[in-house]
Design a protein around this ligand. Structure first.
Ligand code: FAD
Length: 486
């Protein structure tokens, strides 16, 4: 039986292990931390439970696919429910827009609350769908770095329609061309942050993102986001995968330009193939002795990071849903400060996720668990301690102003995660959430391939490599790697 080793039990590492076990490999996963999931993790603070990283779950079919592939009934391991209201958006002038899952209801909501028409929303979402249909088979489902990927009819047909993907103007430019109200423009620009990018720089191709949410829907796993990781770990174990926790891999061993195994705590573990789920930057820097990071990877801008306050809140807010956004008054300035000044804007857009709205036991009765997050630059040595004090004050003031109550008096417990913590907890270079940013039209091509061109049988999965960050794409990276393994 061939032996495979997976470095890291992030979502892509777990998915890779499952796919290889189904293929008949004997699979060992070495995970540096005490539990699986990587960024997709959870903590308990007193009686409150929090998902620590991802909170928005889209494209559940990529999770289900793993159970089905293994011949299991997905529902036996993992269940989720569709959200009827995906997110509530709050503007400082008191306007509140609800992003309903139902397209007609949503477009009518925009027509009622802004100067834009329902038709303009439908037109924009249709364009978003077109971009998805053109890019899906080329950018998401295959390696971009194998000639053979281009030799099929679907890809060829997509390539013929390439001029339609709107790669040569920014997301914001395309959105401004379609809408006139700043509220709608801000609403659609925010999708750039779904992969840690800047809507004023990222190509309009990224206007595909609303299609993922509006067409395929947003979901909440029964048991919370962490159930995605834990149910997949259960499946992997059922398939015979062996997880080794608290086992940091120190080195990928290479003999005659072919991977031969990994070194953990000074001991060699031989393998026929190795899949690294560690951020590709650190894989080169820390694990591949004698190999340097390819120049184009070194030069790529990192995606944004996040500052999160996990707060136990001593009352409930009926006006809030599970996902809530409180917009800045000046979006352009916020992105300038994140991307050019590498700092935190004094009036940041705030995301409040409250899983206890759906999973009641995530907070004691009469309370809520607030995952309060703002986008911040990746860690390039800023004085985070100072920035966090200032940001916390500004966040509390803004939420208090919008909700008409002094939020500071309601916080009963707190934990903070900043870019330094994201880096050190999950080995994500500079604490970036999604590997590299997608701020240029070439970003998709510049991401690292899912295989090594120098070392045979070494593969890369996860948010830092092709096709990109976020749970759905990280899962697709594992699928692409499976396809690459003979
Ligand atoms: P990671 O989660 O990065 O895990 C890598 C694992 O490898 C870690 O467990 C680490 O300990 C382990 N590891 C690394 N090096 C070694 C080594 N040498 N030896 C052993 N183990 C090692 N995505 C969404 O889809 N929706 C969201 O709403 C969303 N929000 C987010 C919010 C936050 C705050 C964060 C941090 C991320 C968010 N994301 C979201 C992004 C999403 O979490 C990631 O893209 C995805 O989880 C990345 O998974 P991954 O497989 O690349 O691995």
């Amino acid at each position: 039986m061939s032996k495979a080793i997976v470095i890291g039990a992030g979502i892509a590492g777990i998915a890779s292990a499952i796919r290889l076990a189904i293929k008949g490999y004997q699979v060992d996963v070495f995970e540096a931390g005490p539990i699986a999931g990587g960024k997709l993790s959870e903590i308990n603070l007193g009686e409150f439970r929090f998902d620590t990283g991802p909170s928005l779950f889209t494209m559940p079919q990529y999770v289900d696919e793993l159970f089905t592939l293994a011949g299991k009934d997905p529902g036996e391991y993992f269940q989720y429910e569709k959200l009827e209201t995906v997110c509530n958006y709050f503007y400082e002038d008191g306007t509140r827009i609800s992003a309903f899952a139902d397209r007609t209801k949503f477009s009518e909501e925009i027509a009622e609350k802004t100067m834009d028409s329902a038709e303009s929303v439908i037109r924009f979402l249709e364009k978003s769908k077109d971009i998805y249909e053109i890019t899906n088979s080329v950018f998401l489902q295959r390696s971009l770095h194998k000639f053979s990927s281009y030799l099929n009819w679907r890809t060829f047909r997509s390539l013929l329609r390439f001029s339609e993907i709107d790669a040569f103007r920014s997301m914001n430019k395309a959105i401004e061309a379609n809408f006139k109200d700043y509220k709608t423009i801000r609403f659609f620009n925010r999708y750039a942050t779904y992969n840690g990018s800047n809507p004023y720089k990222a190509p309009a191709t990224l206007n595909v993102i609303p299609h993922f949410e509006q067409h395929f829907g947003a979901y909440f796993p029964i048991g919370g986001m962490y159930a995605i990781a834990s149910s997949l770990v259960k499946l992997a174990i059922d398939l015979g995968v062996k997880f080794n926790f608290n086992c940091y891999v120190d080195e990928i061993e290479v003999k005659n330009d072919k991977v031969s195994g990994v070194k953990v705590k000074g001991m060699s573990h031989p393998a026929d193939l190795v899949i690294s789920n560690m951020d590709v930057w650190y894989t080169y820097q820390k694990l591949l002795k004698g190999f340097t990071i390819p120049e184009r990877i070194r030069q790529q801008e990192r995606s944004s990071s996040a500052l999160i306050f996990y707060w136990g809140i001593s009352r409930t807010f009926p006006e809030l849903e599970m996902h809530n956004i409180f917009f800045t008054e000046n979006y352009r300035e916020e992105f300038k400060q994140i991307w050019e000044d590498k700092t935190i804007y004094t009036d940041p857009t705030i995301y409040v996720n409250i899983s206890s709205k759906n999973k009641l036991d995530d907070a004691p009765e009469g309370s809520e668990n607030w995952f309060t997050m703002i986008n911040v630059p990746s860690d390039t040595g800023q004085n985070w301690d100072e920035l966090i004090i200032e940001a916390r004050k500004n966040i509390i003031e803004k939420l208090s102003r919008n909700l008409g109550v002094d939020v500071s008096k309601l916080i009963t417990c707190e934990e903070i995660l900043d870019p330094r913590g994201i880096d050190s907890k999950t080995f994500s270079y500079q604490g970036s959430l999604y590997g590299s940013s997608s701020n240029s039209q070439f970003s998709a091509f510049l991401r690292h391939a899912n295989f090594s061109s120098k070392i045979d049988n070494l593969y890369f999965v996860g948010g830092s490599v092709h096709p990109g960050g976020g749970i759905p794409l990280a899962l697709l990276s594992a699928k692409i790697v499976e396809g690459l393994i003979k």
